[in-house]
Design a protein around this ligand. Structure first.
Ligand code: SF4
Length: 288
């Protein structure tokens, strides 16, 4: 089987940077005689295999703020999604060592939101409410921020008379949808400043996936089941290619392909390790 592997498949810059920082902490701790425990605030990435590997090396995941409250010592690593400002401050206030692995692109949004809200603007985040990155972004606004995800929500949204808005986006949000929602605000004449904070890594991965899916007979998307960017890749590819499947690991691959299939495309979400992508690629080349 001929395979086209997306060049942008797998770890993006921010995720690689965060995961590398955890391994660096593990290495540093191994050299110390009285090393303190290492924690990540939430799973470092949306990939259970990476998280399991880290756990086997002694890194524990803090699942809630209550677990952070209970900590007396150790190093807490903030993942690439970032956290609300008050969580970062709490880690520092408790005297824990804080390693901020927030992706610099997400950090940029925190700075915009903090600055613009301080200047009196109402913050609107285009993104998925409840996503940890969005919750983190909200936590840097000095005033309550709104999250808008759909056309209906954008239509329903109505600012107060004379209110200035600052619109930012979750880094992994779909670019076309973002444009569509911003246009709704612009057509209504709202006083808005827009910061397109969608990360290029996401856009490039989405565009490349779409191009590949349009020319292959079957498309495989690899990624964690809780990863929103993986789900979006799957949606985009499904629109171009009827034989699109989403798998977490090679074990999930049960593709039943018609005889005529000659070309298979592969892409993967931002949290998918290279090792997994290679495994799937080799398997498809040899066994299909
Ligand atoms: Fe950073 Fe972009 Fe990766 Fe998000 S997708 S972690 S913003 S590089």
């Amino acid at each position: 089987m001929e395979v086209i592997l997306a060049k942008s498949a797998g770890f993006c810059f921010g995720v690689k940077r965060a995961v590398d920082q955890v391994y660096e902490q593990i290495e540093a701790a191994a050299k110390e005689t009285d090393a303190k425990p290492i924690y990540t605030y939430g799973p470092i990435i949306h990939n259970e295999f990476v998280v399991q590997d880290l756990e086997s090396r002694g890194v524990r995941v803090l699942e809630s703020e209550a677990e952070l409250d209970a900590l007396m010592e150790g190093t807490v690593i903030i993942r690439s999604h970032g956290v609300p400002k008050r969580i970062q401050e709490k880690i520092e206030r408790k005297g824990l060592s804080c390693i901020d692995a927030t992706c610099p692109f997400v950090k940029r949004i925190h700075r915009i939101v903090e600055k613009e809200s301080a200047a009196g603007k109402r913050i609107v985040i285009i993104g998925n409410a409840g996503h940890p990155e969005v919750e983190g972004i909200m936590g840097w606004s000095l005033t309550p921020a709104d999250v808008i995800e759909s056309t209906e929500e954008a239509v329903r949204f109505s600012p107060k008379e004379g209110e200035k808005l600052c619109v930012v986006s979750q880094t992994t949000f779909n670019y076309n949808k973002f444009q569509e929602l911003v246009e709704i605000f612009q057509k209504r004449g709202y006083d808005i400043s827009v910061a397109n904070t969608i990360c290029n890594a996401t856009e490039e991965r989405q565009t490349e996936a779409k191009d590949i899916a349009a020319k292959v007979d079957a498309m495989i998307v690899i990624g964690g089941k809780h990863s929103s960017n993986t789900r979006k890749l799957y949606e985009i590819c499904s629109r171009e290619c009827a034989h699109t499947c989403l798998i977490q690991t090679l074990d999930d691959l049960h593709l039943e392909l018609p005889e005529a299939v000659r070309l298979v495309g592969i892409t993967a979400g931002a949290s998918t390790p290279n090792k997994l992508i290679e495994e799937v690629q080799n398997y498809v080349r040899i066994n299909f």
